[in-house]
Unconditional design. Structure first.
Length: 293
């Protein structure tokens, strides 16, 4: 799963769907949950299915409603035949939710004549208090699980918190904890960690700083709520030329001496963790090639 920027687009707006398709986002998430009023949901399902069938963007995902909402089967029945890349599952509370969703997807894929297992899952795994206690339980990853992301807005509402940021503008402790546990849970399961949205879409500098910090911490991408955020996120998650050049030197040094556990570059000792990081930088650069950033 190579996306850096994941742009939410309301499923009930043809205009916003078209605008999303024209953005530089690596992946679009057609939203059937929070941004769609209940009365508009049937029409949004139809629009989402038509948009998926048209293949208007390279990666098309759909955020369905939560498993406990009573709306999931209708959401999936409308969209799975149209062949989404994957499903974004809100309010996931444990790996058991991935298993349940996987069963639904298998039945609908077979019924639609699609390859069983074709539809991946990105779980939003911190939106309820209970979810925080199970983030280490996604390993070994379900075959459909592509990544874990986290949400601060729904978690704040569930906790009864007045907000999720402190006076300095950074996340308050509980939300830092949710973010860190999501990152560690994804790494433990061997799936992609994706950082949450930056809600002030007019603050490009703030978004870029947060996205660069997320990449530094180990996240591979970030959710977006406005098309203008996609280019900033892509740029932040694409290593610069100097980083790539250094990473290539590290890889080349170990390739030249396969038996070495440690090599020296520019007077510094480089060992296996550095090699692993260098390979990640090269892979991240490869994901960005050929895309507008």
């Amino acid at each position: 799963m190579s996306a850096r920027s994941w742009l939410f687009v309301p499923g009930d707006s043809d205009r916003k769907l078209a605008k999303g398709a024209g953005s530089v986002a690596d992946a679009l998430i057609i939203d059937l949950e929070d941004s769609v009023a209940p009365a508009n949901l049937p029409a949004a399902r139809g629009r989402a299915a038509a948009f998926l069938a048209a293949g208007a963007a390279p990666q098309l995902w759909v955020r369905i409603n939560a498993l406990g909402s009573g709306l999931v089967l209708a959401d999936l029945a409308a969209i799975v035949p149209a062949g989404p890349e994957g499903i974004v599952l809100p309010k996931a509370e444990s790996a058991a939710d991935i298993v349940t969703l996987g069963h639904y997807l298998s039945a609908l894929e077979v019924a639609a004549g699609r390859a069983e297992g074709a539809t991946r899952i990105l779980a939003i795994a911190t939106e309820t208090p209970a979810a925080l206690f199970t983030l280490g339980g996604y390993a070994p990853a379900h075959a459909r699980l592509a990544g874990l992301t986290w949400g601060a807005e729904d978690l704040a509402a569930s906790l009864g918190a007045a907000g999720n940021r402190d006076a300095s503008g950074g996340y308050a402790f509980t939300f830092q904890l949710a973010r860190s546990l999501c990152l560690a849970g994804a790494a433990s399961a061997g799936v992609a960690p994706v950082d949450t949205v930056f809600t002030d879409f007019r603050d490009g500098a703030g978004l870029e700083a947060e996205a660069r910090a997320a990449r530094c911490d180990g996240f591979l991408g970030k959710l977006a709520i406005h098309p203008d955020q996609a280019a900033i996120i892509n740029r932040a998650f694409t290593p610069d030329a100097a980083d790539v050049a250094h990473a290539e030197r590290v890889v080349a040094a170990f390739a030249a001496d396969p038996a070495a556990g440690v090599v020296g570059i520019d007077g510094k000792m480089i060992d296996m963790p550095h090699l692993k990081q260098a390979r990640r930088i090269i892979a991240a650069a490869a994901r960005g090639k050929g895309r507008t950033i």
